[in-house]
Design a protein. Sequence first.
Length: 367
Amino acid sequence: MIKQFMNKGKACYKVQVYGFDRFGTKVRRRRILRGGSKAAAERLEFDLKTELANLEKGYQSKTFGEFNKLIFFPFIKENYPTEFPTLSGTIKKHCSGIWNLKLEAINPGDITKILTEAGEQLKSGTVNKIKGYINRSFNHAMSHGLPSNPVDKVRMKKSVEEQYKPTILTKTEMQSLLIAAKRMEPQWYPIYCCAVYFGARAQELWALKRSDVCLEDNTITINKTYSRHLKKVKSTKTGGFRVIALPKKLLPLIHHLMVGPKDGYLLPHPAAFTNGKQANVLKKLCRKIGITEVKFHSFRHYFCTHALANGGGSPGVMSVSGHQHLRSLNTYIHLSSISNRGVCDLIDLDLPSDNQKVVNLFNSKAQ
């Protein structure tokens, strides 16, 4: 069905078609064509009808590429719009070797080859993400009748060298970075300060408002994040919120930032902060002052590692950083050495002095 309407003086078309999935459930596809022609709307209607016809047939006789393009990608785009660009792009980039193979013909060896080739250039964490995306695609195919998922039988060897170890600045380096930011990047200075003291994610900082700060209790509430894909503020990554006691050394800066409308944003919004290019600005500043180049997320690494090393304790650090599971904090626990601090001291053995005599245990006489 095609329905024409006018919007700001331009002819637009609402294209809507109905069909059934392989289980006989009625489904609908609807698209809005803005500023197009009637012929373009008719082509879109044909494409949507073809898509639904393929949906009704399920996975049968489809190649991996056809299934993703016609069924899996539209499903992700509709239900997980923020994931769609990364997921679809990753699958297209790394799965060219199986793109034209029939789904039922793809075996674990094909998947292993994809992941092995990716592992020659990428870190294990990235390879695991690729594996996860492919796995989701095949799981979706199973919901459309595919008998088994070849990814289930894929086992990749973990390399010790590939264990994730984030770059952590020293206290001296962080101090130098903040001094340089205050003088050379004044817009970014308050952002960096809040990042290192709160251990918050970049887009959580972007979404902070003055109304989130309570100066009576000296607390700040982190309960939302900015989505670059959706271009709007939404709930945090974990869906929860956390109330953080403001550190004394940060209070003067917070008071300065509170000048302005109560519902206004707490921190500046440089263009690079909004479009996700904050790492470029930070790396450039690091190069200028001759310290290790780090990403914006390194502020979060710094907070977790140094807070733990200085006795913060896992529960306290997690309540500030927003980590839900202790395993997410394990990397920082290892880096701060708190997991084994004091253990070696339990070997309460006095080392001999330079002039101490040797004792023969057979005759108990000192030599």
